[in-house]
Design a protein around this ligand. Structure first.
Ligand SMILES: C[S@@+](CC[C@H](N)C(=O)[O-])C[C@H]1O[C@@H](n2cnc3c(N)ncnc32)[C@H](O)[C@@H]1O
Length: 365
């Protein structure tokens, strides 16, 4: 019997969880690249084939019935999906979603595709383009030779089609590319791009198996925050378009973290049809399969007893984390993200891997 979405929403709240708001949905595991940092191990010949368009639309529909309002379509590379545009039209024009984001490396964008995207009148659509460096050297180290120039060509098609204001750039922070962020931001501003979001490399999947890529160092994080503090031009640019973890931690350092894990506000669904309670929590133990065959409401209902443990574990974790006592960021950070802790050391109860980076920022005063 199909579960009633309203009853499921109530059951989510009764379990001490938050109903889903923003779904990250993989529509294919296949990618035109084999990025050195990919936590999902995506590659051209991935076994996770493009998900049929009717299945993708059913998932989106089931998600909106549970009250979801934001969707991020991802892969693999979304533009390798033969029906990517049909999926985008469905999400933008036939659902009540307030935000729809297409995550892409932009390399396959043609003038024709850009014109199609531009013709979509939806103000809810954003195109998120990954750029992992301000130069070909640092981007290509992660994504492969020639990928920077091809991404710029795709980006240019979108800009020429007038899509610029809907573009945001996503940057993965690593030791080799981190210092280039202000330069990249300046470049993006000249293109008319209004937003750049960055996040720290997660040493999971392929990233966990390479020595070529490392997290930025605590000194790099402290220097970036000091640059923000003391360089007025960068501060103005950053406040207009940026989001860098180090600077956001610094700005929020006196706010206490009262909220425990946001499960299942930002769930993640893989191209194989597994659903995870949070895009940051890759623990197999807390995932459920079968979303290509069952309604999202049914899957969520089946998973609730499992997911209800997560906020309980997180409260316990916060009480147990002795390493945090005396840290200048203790009140704000509280061990950081439990999903990251699991991704990197396989233990939900440990502090996250950016502990030293966070400390370096919090002690700037
Ligand atoms: C998996 S990709 C898929 C979408 C698309 N092919 C692209 O390149 O943007 C989605 C995003 O995840 C980021 N990503 C991949 N592996 C990561 C890792 N180990 N840590 C942090 N972000 C990562 C990528 O840089 C990209 O911005």
């Amino acid at each position: 019997m199909l579960a009633n979405p309203e009853k499921v929403i109530q059951s989510i709240r009764d379990a001490g969880l938050q109903p889903p708001e923003m779904l990250t949905l993989m529509i294919t595991g296949r990618c035109n690249l084999r990025c050195r940092h990919c936590w999902l191990d995506c590659r051209p010949e991935s076994a996770a084939a493009p998900v049929p368009v009717n299945v993708v639309c059913d998932i989106i529909d089931g998600f909106t019935r549970l009250g979801g309002t934001g969707l991020s379509l991802t892969g693999g590379e979304v533009l390798t999906h033969p029906d990517w545009f049909e999926i985008l039209v469905f999400a933008c024009e036939h659902t009540g979603l307030k935000e729809v984001c297409l995550q892409t490396n932009a390399m396959l964008v043609t003038p024709h595709m850009a014109a199609e995207v531009s013709a979509l009148s939806s103000g809810r659509l954003s195109i998120q383009i990954s750029m992992d460096g301000a130069s070909a050297k640092s981007h290509d180290l992660v994504r492969g030779k020639g990928s920077f120039n091809r991404a710029l060509r795709g980006l240019n098609c979108l800009l020429e089609a007038g899509v610029g204001p809907r573009i945001r750039v996503a940057f993965t922070e690593m030791a080799h590319n981190f210092d280039g962020i202000p330069r990249l931001m300046k470049k993006l501003e000249t293109f008319g791009i209004r937003r750049m979001v960055s996040s720290t490399l997660v040493k999971d999947g392929r990233a966990g198996r390479t020595n070529r890529l490392a997290l930025p160092t605590p000194d790099q994080y402290a220097e970036m925050v000091n640059f923000y503090r003391f360089d007025a031009a960068f501060r103005t640019l950053y406040d207009k378009m940026g989001s860098i973890s180090a600077i956001e931690w610094y700005k929020g350092r006196s706010i206490s973290a009262t909220q425990v894990c946001s499960c299942i506000k930002t769930p993640f669904v893989t191209a194989e049809g597994r659903m995870y309670p949070c895009v940051m929590l890759s623990a197999e133990k807390y995932s459920v399969g079968g979303i290509h065959q069952r309604s999202m409401a049914d899957v969520v209902l089946a998973a609730l007893p499992l997911w209800a443990q997560l906020p309980v574990i997180e409260r316990k974790r916060r009480r147990a984390l002795r390493d945090c006592r005396g840290c200048p960021g203790e009140v704000h950070c509280q061990g950081g993200c439990m999903g990251r802790a699991y991704a990197v050391c396989g233990d939900l109860m440990s502090v996250e891997d950016r502990c030293a980076l966070r400390r370096a920022v919090y002690q700037l005063g």
